[in-house]
Design a protein around this ligand. Structure first.
Ligand code: TXA
Ligand code: MG
Length: 321
């Protein structure tokens, strides 16, 4: 009985999720990138509950999710042409665009910033949910602040299960890493967070792409905090064979790109070296390794291209002290 009371519900009832959201509650929702912890983006009560459940600092703004492109103009002052072209090309999908917000979006949602990050997620259940509501959903990744992002309903349950009433189950996230966050200025794209849409695919729209440098103190996008996505076990990134020698006296786990190191606690992101497959496994494997009886996680960088670049960025943050 007590066991039952402590469980938050995992289910696939869109109506249950909707009813809770209408009451200013928070609900975990599936997206193609990672699971989000959603609440009414226009409600300070709901947004406060999101920050509280995640233990998230209030300086870190939330992404606002909408169900269709025509909704965007309800929440932003203007949409530059390049931004609109990107939205048309990549939505629904792993792209978040920063745009000047209208005053109906509370300052709490954007942490006092004048821009709001907006995206249409590509998941049928969540699209149906969004299109059944008269408000957009603020949703950060559904993990405690600083920890690994969840790519299944069970991941959410494991960490936030006692803090939220409902987890809408949409299976495993197909992309597996978060959205790319960017803003446009004139004909330039400024990327604040590398993610599921690669720089290569953005390059088709403009030759000038700038990547915001990391910062720990006053991050332009707090997903850029140096230490983030961190498992509890220490992570070392480098040449795995050399690391294996250095850590020979300890119990090691390995996260490799495609090579088999013949070790028990090992996860191979993609034996065929496919970046998309590697991204879809990345967070889940990091979590699995973190739960093994090992002392350290040894990992290697992927080639710095395509989604490999975004994964490398996360590896750097996961290993930062
Ligand atoms: O794929 C995703 O983006 C997932 C799913 C649930 O949509 N969401 C997600 O949210 O990753 P979160 O909160 O974990 O990361 C959002 C990132 C943070 O780095 C945040 O600082 C940045 O986007 N961000 C959001 N709004 C912003 C704003 N107005 N200005 C600058 N950065 C912003
Ligand atoms: Mg996050």
């Amino acid at each position: 009985m007590i066991y039952l009371l402590l469980q938050s519900m995992i289910g696939n009832e869109i109506k249950t999720a909707r009813d809770l959201l209408l009451q200013n509650e928070v609900v975990a929702i599936p997206t193609e990138t990672v699971y989000g912890l959603a609440g009414n983006a226009l409600s300070e009560i709901a947004v406060s509950k999101i920050f509280e459940a995640k233990n998230r600092p209030h300086f870190d703004p939330l992404i606002v999710h909408v169900g269709k492109i025509s909704d965007v103009e309800l929440y932003v002052e203007e949409i530059p042409e390049l931004a609109f072209n990107l939205m048309e090309q990549f939505w629904p999908g792993a792209l978040t665009v920063l745009l000047p917000k209208k005053s109906c979006i509370p300052d709490l949602t954007t942490s006092g910033l004048k821009e709001v990050g907006i995206r249409i997620p590509n998941h049928p259940i969540t699209l149906e949910l969004l299109n059944s509501l008269s408000f957009p959903l603020a949703a950060p990744s559904a993990n405690p602040f600083g920890y690994i992002s969840p790519t299944s309903a069970q991941h959410v349950e494991d960490q936030l299960g006692e803090k939220i009433p409902y987890i809408l189950n949409g299976g495993y996230c197909s992309v597996g890493i978060e959205s790319t966050v960017l803003r446009v200025q004139d004909n330039e794209i400024e990327v604040l967070r590398l993610g599921g849409i690669s720089l290569e695919s953005l390059h088709r729209f403009t030759p000038s792409i700038r990547i915001e440098e990391h910062s720990t103190s006053s991050p332009a996008s707090p997903g850029m905090l140096t230490s983030h996505y961190a498992p509890k076990k220490p992570v070392y990134v480098g040449n795995i064979r050399e690391l294996m020698t250095s850590f020979s006296s300890q119990k090691i786990g390995i996260l490799s790109f495609k090579e088999d190191y013949g070790v028990f606690g090992q996860r191979i992101l993609s034996t065929s070296g496919n970046f998309t497959e590697a991204a879809s496994h990345f967070f889940a494997y990091l979590r699995e390794l973190d739960s093994l009886e090992i002392d350290v996680i040894l990992a290697e960088f992927l080639p710095d291209e395509n989604l490999g670049r975004a994964i490398n960025d996360k590896l750097k943050r996961a290993s930062a002290k």
